[in-house]
Design a protein around this ligand. Structure first.
Ligand SMILES: [Fe+2]
Length: 267
């Protein structure tokens, strides 16, 4: 088990993945901008490409391409499956928490930087108890200071800040619950002038943070530019699923795709 990960909630692995597998997915991703049909997106909907104004840069990231892609984009599906079920990725995860098998809940293929504000991924998906799920960020091209790389605020892996901790009352039905929480969280965190951790990663590197670790995207230049990256949401398969603000854990159906990985079954 990684003491660094337990104490600081993130780990950066250098030259951990075979570069040919990473490059194969980057090459296949070049098929997306000229594709005219609908592709499943990060939000789960089937949509055509939406471009940043006056560019050929795709704004809406592809979602769960490891499960299916339309005809003509099979190369992305295949390259992604090879990369995300590779034993080198399992070794990174296993080094963090010692689990024997991992369930991949979601993949997001970014073609440009999403420019996300400070947040925790536990709201989208977590384990029960919280803090044991991983967000895996894999650059598909070499990154530098202008690339819009993610960064984290180093954070104890299972440290949960609840709505009550922020002086908010939990209202499960409130439409602005997510934004209200994150506004308050951001204010609290920034008041302490926190360190942030990031790296100018190369192809083959992997950045992993815990579901409770606050993170955001650093600015990129120009504001809109190509930035190919793959993000995975993963949990150790033996743990229950959970989500921020939900008291109980639950089981989900998953399909075993190798000795090391399962894929969550998405209806
Ligand atoms: Fe995130």
């Amino acid at each position: 088990m990684s003491e660094h990960y337990t104490q600081r909630g993130y780990q950066i692995f250098r030259a951990a993945l075979p570069r040919d597998l990473v490059s194969a997915l980057a090459d296949a991703a070049q098929l997306v901008p000229t594709y005219r049909g609908e592709i499943r997106r990060q939000n789960g909907m089937m949509e055509v490409n939406r471009f940043h104004t006056d560019t050929s840069l795709v704004a809406n990231a592809a979602g769960n391409a490891h499960l299916s892609m339309p005809p003509g984009l099979d190369a992305i599906h295949e390259a992604m499956r090879r990369l995300i079920t590779d034993k080198h990725l399992w070794q990174c995860l296993h080094e963090l928490d010692g689990a024997e098998r991992y369930t991949i809940h979601q993949s997001i293929l970014f073609l440009s930087s999403p420019n996300t504000d400070l947040h925790i991924d536990s709201w989208a998906m977590d384990t029960h108890p919280p803090g044991y799920a991983h967000s895996v960020w894999i650059p598909l091209q070499d990154m530098d200071r202008t690339s819009g790389v993610p960064c984290v605020i180093p954070w104890p892996k299972t440290k949960l800040i609840t709505e009550a901790d922020l002086g908010l009352s939990p209202e499960p039905s409130a439409k602005d619950r997510y934004s209200r929480y994150h506004d308050a969280l951001q204010e609290k965190l920034q008041a302490a002038s926190p360190d942030v951790a990031t790296a100018f990663m190369r192809r083959g590197d992997v950045f992993i943070w815990s579901s409770l670790t606050p993170h955001c995207t650093m600015p990129c230049r120009p504001v809109v530019r190509e930035r190919l990256a793959l993000q995975l949401m993963v949990r150790p398969a033996h743990l229950l699923c959970g989500r921020f603000g939900v008291e109980e854990g639950w089981q989900e159906n998953a399909d075993r795709v190798s000795d090391l990985f399962s894929f969550l079954r998405v209806s």
